[in-house]
Ligand binder design. Structure first.
Ligand code: ZN
Length: 97
């Protein structure tokens, strides 16, 4: 019992290391055309960007906020070969942080 107590701290550290989730290679998005798994592009069509401005006493303007509204389709492309990967976009959104 006493021996167990003395190594408790060490055991705790080890458990934390082992409980860390290891990245699964299968979870990675990979371009089926060129094998690229690092660079991706997202392109939105028909985007309306509204920016609010405040005019200062000296006549200059300061942007207050930006609002973007996407009416069209949002597509995902491979950053290397530009292949359309929109079919994989659900997975992309899932892994977007
Ligand atoms: Zn590609």
């Amino acid at each position: 019992m006493n021996l167990k107590k003395s190594v408790k701290g060490k055991n705790k550290k080890q458990t934390m290391l082992f409980s860390m989730p290891t990245p699964q290679p299968a979870m990675r998005l990979c371009c089926p055309h060129c094998g690229n798994d690092r660079y991706f592009l997202e392109q939105a069509e028909d985007v309306t960007i509204t920016t609010r401005y405040l005019q200062n006493p000296d006549g200059s303007f300061t942007a207050q906020s930006d609002e973007s509204h996407i009416q069209g389709e949002v597509k995902l492309f491979c950053g290397e070969c530009k292949a359309d990967l929109t079919n994989f976009r659900d997975k992309f959104i899932e892994m977007l942080f």
